[in-house]
Write a protein that binds this ligand. Structure first.
Ligand code: ZN
Ligand code: ZN
Length: 347
């Protein structure tokens, strides 16, 4: 039996990871076997690493974690019809049923019984994994494997940006973690008129937002964000707010930073509730509030392919650290420090 090293969350504690030998799987019906070239650490993996309230509710141990990856197909299982050995692929980490009403109506991102690899079922922090052909996309052969491996969060960013009309409009991004950074890069690529990047006072990330092309970079601890945005939009507010931080205060500030008739798009999550002034900030201002989750199947993935092919979208600056797979503990420490963009592990 051939084995491989896997990153396993084995103990219900902070850290609690082990580097374990597991069998290299055989592809079942409709599955492909992928040999990973790169895999990236997500905020979700950090939640599991830190064993927060969400992880304790959601993740059964032991679990091979990780859900962001790109690699080459080395074997196909029975019934695989479209993907071939040698294809360079990335998997959509939300495994959808393909059968529920939402899936059949083209809304697979809200499939009624989706499962996430790396938390509901075993994930991709290993060299070889099996994945359903139906949940896999074929990448351009020339795409950098590290970029190919971050299409999950890039897809989140594209989903949130395209949920409102951002082209040639003023847009504020609240939350400058990796998805917020990617959203700034996407807004730049599609020509948002003016980008306001709002984040906690972390010089590393504020500086990166500036380099990615944000016109205004605002440290929310130091500045009255709503006042700043009003002062720089003729007192009117921005057309669109993308709320990526999950911070309840940011949701409130986001609403108050919008012009009349603006759009608030939410992708950030929190364990806390947020109280908003529905009459004053939503009803009488005709505000639209829209939640988005995951990536649209497969609209987001095709937009991502197009944006990457256009040459206008450069996400490489957001990949700040590339480490050998076995040095994953360094990667998690970097993620917890906040002094990084995307951290990619390579094989
Ligand atoms: Zn992710
Ligand atoms: Zn479904």
């Amino acid at each position: 039996m051939a084995t491989q090293k896997c990153i396993v969350k084995s103990r219900p504690e902070v850290g609690g990871l082990s580097f374990e030998d597991r069998e290299i799987p055989k592809p079942g019906i409709g599955e492909i076997l992928i040999r990973n070239r790169a895999t990236a650490i997500c905020g979700t993996d950090s939640h599991i690493y830190n064993w927060d309230a969400w992880s304790q509710r959601r993740v059964q141990l032991p679990r091979i974690i990780g859900h962001e990856f790109a690699g080459d197909v080395v074997e196909v299982g029975p019934g695989v019809r479209h993907i071939k050995v040698g294809d360079f692929v990335t998997g959509e980490g939300h495994i959808t049923c393909g059968f529920c009403r939402n899936c059949r109506m083209g809304q697979g991102h809200v499939c009624e019984s989706w499962k996430g690899i790396g938390y509901d079922i075993d994930g991709c922090f290993r060299e070889y994994l099996c994945h359903p052909e139906a949940n896999t996309v074929i990448n351009d052969k020339n795409l950098d494997p590290r970029v190919a491996a971050i299409q999950d969060p890039l897809g989140n960013a594209i989903h949130v940006v395209f949920a409102a009309d951002c082209v040639a409009n003023r847009v504020a991004v609240f939350g400058l973690g990796p998805v917020g950074m990617l959203a700034v890069a996407v807004l730049k690529a599609i020509s948002a008129a003016e980008i306001f990047a709002v984040g906690r006072k972390n010089p590393y990330r504020l500086d990166m937002a500036r380099r990615l092309g944000a016109h205004h970079v605002i440290a929310s601890n130091d500045v009255d964000v709503v006042q700043y945005i009003k002062d720089h939009t003729d007192g009117k507010g921005v057309d669109v707010v993308l709320e990526i931080s999950g911070n309840p205060k940011a949701v409130q500030d986001g609403l108050k930073s919008l012009r009349m008739g603006g759009d608030l798009v939410l992708i950030g999550t929190s364990n806390e509730s947020s109280t908003i002034d529905l009459a004053g900030d939503v009803v009488f201002r005709s505000t639209r509030i829209h939640g988005v989750t995951g990536r649209k199947l497969w609209d987001t993935w095709y937009k991502m392919k197009g944006l990457l092919a256009s040459g206008n979208l450069d996400v490489e600056p957001i990949i700040t650290h590339t480490l050998p797979f076995a040095e994953y503990e360094k990667g998690f420490a970097l993620m917890n420090s906040g002094n990084c963009g995307k951290v990619v592990l390579t094989f």
